[in-house]
Unconditional design. Structure first.
Length: 132
C-alpha cells in the first residue's frame, strides 16, 4: 500500500438509476456505477498512492462537481483540469482531472481540448495523441 506514484482511471460515468443500462454486463459495469464509482476510485487511490502521488481520471463534464467533491473527500487536491469538447461550437463533453494525494490547493486550468475542428477533421492536438 501507498507505494504507487500514478494511477489512471476511467471510472463509470453514470449513476445507477440514470440512462439505459447496456444489456452486456461488462459494458454496463463500465458505464454505470454498478460495481464502483469515482468516489471508490479515489478511496482506492488513497490506499495505493504515496503522499504526493497523482490520480488522473476522465469524466463527464456535467458531473464535474461530484468528481471534485469525491477527490477532496478522499484527501486529493485537484491540480490540473482540461475541459474536452467535441468541437469548438459545442458544449463541454468531458473533463480530464489530475489530482494529487495530499497536495496544496492550487488548480491549473489548462486550455480547452477540441477533438474536431470547424472542418470536422481531428485537430492537431487530437492527432498528436494518436501519434504518441
Amino acid at each position: 500500500f501507498e507505494s504507487f506514484d500514478l494511477l489512471i482511471s476511467n471510472p463509470p460515468y453514470r449513476r445507477v438509476h440514470t440512462g439505459r443500462i447496456n444489456p452486456t454486463r461488462q459494458r454496463a459495469i463500465a458505464r454505470h456505477e454498478l460495481a464502483g464509482s469515482a468516489a471508490e476510485v479515489f478511496a482506492a487511490g488513497k490506499a495505493l498512492l504515496r503522499t504526493g502521488g497523482r490520480l488522473t481520471v476522465i469524466y463527464p463534464a456535467g458531473r464535474m462537481s461530484y468528481l471534485l467533491h469525491a477527490a477532496q473527500e478522499s484527501g486529493f487536491s485537484p491540480k490540473k483540469l482540461t475541459v474536452v469538447y467535441s468541437d469548438p461550437s459545442g458544449p463541454a463533453k468531458l473533463v480530464h482531472l489530475e489530482s494529487q494525494k495530499g497536495g496544496g490547493e492550487e488548480l491549473r486550468i489548462k486550455p480547452p481540448f477540441y477533438i474536431y475542428g470547424e472542418d470536422g477533421a481531428y485537430t492537431d492536438a487530437m492527432r498528436e495523441l494518436y501519434e504518441r
